[in-house]
Design a protein around this ligand. Sequence first.
Ligand code: 26Q
Length: 820
Amino acid sequence: VWKDAMRDVDTEVTSITKSFVNHVQTSLARQPYNLDNLGAYQAAALSVRDNLLVNWNETALQYTRKAPKRAYYLSLEFLMGRTLDNALLNLGLKDQYSEGVKKLGFSVEDILDQERDAALGNGGLGRLAACYLDSSASQELPVWGYGLRYKYGIFQQLISPAGDQLEAPDPWLDNQNPWELPRLDVSYEIRFYGQAERLGDGTPRATWSGGQEVLAVAYDVMIPGCYTKTTNNLRLWESKPKRGFDLNSFNAGNYEGAVEASNSAAAITSVLYPNDHTTFGKELRLKQQYFWTAASLADILRRFKNIGKPITEFPDYVAIQLNDTHPTLAIPELMRILIDEEDQPWSTAWQIVTNTFFYTNHTVLPEALEKWPVPLMEHLLPRHMQIIYDINLLFLQSVEKKFPGDRDRLGRMSLIEEGFPKQVRMAYLACIGSRKVNGVAELHSDLVKTTILKDFVEFEGISKFGNVTNGITPRRWLDQCNPELSSLISSTLKVDKAVWLKDLTRLEALLPFTEDEAFRKEWAAIKQRNKERLAHHVQTTLGFTINTNAMFDVQIKRLHEYKRQTLNILGVIHRYLTLKNMSAAEKKKVNPRVVFFAGKAAPAYYIAKLTIRLIVNVARIINEDPDTKDLLQLYFLPDYSVSLAEVLIPASDISQHISTAGTEASGTSNMKCSLTRMLVDGANIEIAEEVGESNVFFFGHLTPAVEDLRYQHTYHPTPIEEKCPALANVLNQVSAGLFGDAHVYEPLLNTIRQGDHYLLSDDFDSYIAALAMVDEAYLDQTEWVKKSIRTTAKMGKFSSDRAINEYAESYWNIEAQKIA
Ligand code: 26Q
């Protein structure tokens, strides 16, 4: 255990206050006596950083000395959130720092609250990457992350008076970032455009010259493990012009022209693309992808070369995980390096590549599979386009050999989709260029194998395709955001959190305590205080007064049609209309409910934005209605973030995961909310397997039915009035202007009336029935608390430690390294 008897807390507190004051004076150049909270945060962060640096240096040194096989996690998104609290907890220094800053007249909560989120991600995929970094370090695995240092993270969401989402920039680096270490000495030149010419000397080699060259400069972020010295690295690249400005234009008096190239270089890492699932074909996005993969590969190769082994042994020292198809250009880029620069034969190069990469798929929605126009690729990356054509030719030849004469199959499997323009299918390239391919939940991985990559399973064999069910880090999502629950667990189990936080299956030992009344009371009291904490937060930030004696019902995730926030809001309206028709006596039996929504919509996603507007305007009417406001409240909390999630999740009684069956790859907020998720999709099924079906509320059609239902919608449509009168009534009320804006919502409502691709009309009745069962269950508070305890007790499987160990063992073949 980390907290051994050698540590003397008093001495630690003294040295903390000393280092704090020292940073105030020397790093911040300020006086300790009139320091504000922001200054105190900066001093505390710099002081903690000193601790991390020692471990980080030692970890790096040991990896260099021992040269174990390492894994690299390539992700365009790392949704890290705040760092200080997490670092203090992982170092086991939270109490000491709280004590130290208190002595200096500060409160640790106020200091922690000064930090801005590092929001370099859209949602699930980016947060997963952050959880995996925490788990890798905590499991002492030699894993580095590679990403981009965006100047602007995910946009800040504002809600206009009319209820529309507005976007504002997120200049998160404005106050300086104490957690990053600029490595101006680590940089690479990255080429774009230019000409590629094959040597035509009987080798596959070519030259690539001309075009634009941009510098990639490294910024390192320390990733501390929990109760271990291991402190890994997240390396983020910033783009910079190779030269400051073009002297010729400058001297000719063309000042704008002189800085044009340098501006276009800096633009590459200026902003995170705020779209999940769509928007392909944008040149700047493709530039980001190449810039980042090329810089990361150059860095990995340089490190490998320092070991002094032949290049053919590269896969024995390096595993590279592709987080979705975003880094797929790494495959042709490594081919280019091996062939053009290392002079390897094609087959050797392909052997190395296909033993190095691993590809994780995060979606089976066909419209979300990444494709890039061939003309754009040819223009931006001419050499890579040649290589992709060569890969495709050899690949299709081998397919033809296995399935002679099957022209359809060749067309289906080609890396190039025919059309105007032709497009490169990135998922297929990632698949054939990788050692293994995985989905992110059992159901999803089965769908990958039977739908989008079916032909590839038939060609390459099933053993290449696997599953690693997603996980979340219990450090942030239990210990950090719910400290009271964490202490209750430790004291009840009589096990230090240093143990159970790193082996979450130990929570099973809580099961017998479901029968312990005192324990249940304490469990419920903590939930109540978490609700009050959320209510206080909403009161101070938005000015709303929330009924904390109600059930808290949350749906917190990106806005997307497939996630069906619309089903939820239409359900809320149904509840409202039902309440309006109730007698006073009937109302007495109703349990009050507060419904929270939070989440961002992609700025160009019209239907998703309209859903937000509907939620906001329904909330206005409902929350003001004297007939119902004690029994039903509705809030849209703007600007959902990791930090807001840390307040919302511990306060939730029930969370809604209600995507159309087969559409949500996994979901991860379903693992974070303490109780009850709904619908048979993604990882929900595995969650139910673990916690027991009596502790979740399933409803709706299952995945196999979806295709048939959609066929019916298209060829034998039934009017909604007939099929689902309750839903028809709700839609009509919205159309009639019950929530204002009579005509505004028609495009949204029409997605249900016509086509109904996400099957709201098929699932609405059973959704309402499931909500009624939730109400019913909530009335029996004793049984409800038992459900809550059982769910938490059985969450062990969903620790990201389990997931990362599966990657380490079954994919990367890397081992834990003890840092002495
Ligand atoms: C790609 C190309 C161009 C522009 C944007 C994109 C892009 C960006 C982000 C495409 C997809 C994303 C993010 C996807 C995402 O978050 N997927 C979610 O991943 C989670 C972790 O595996 C799963 O739990 C969710 O089910 C899945 O939706």
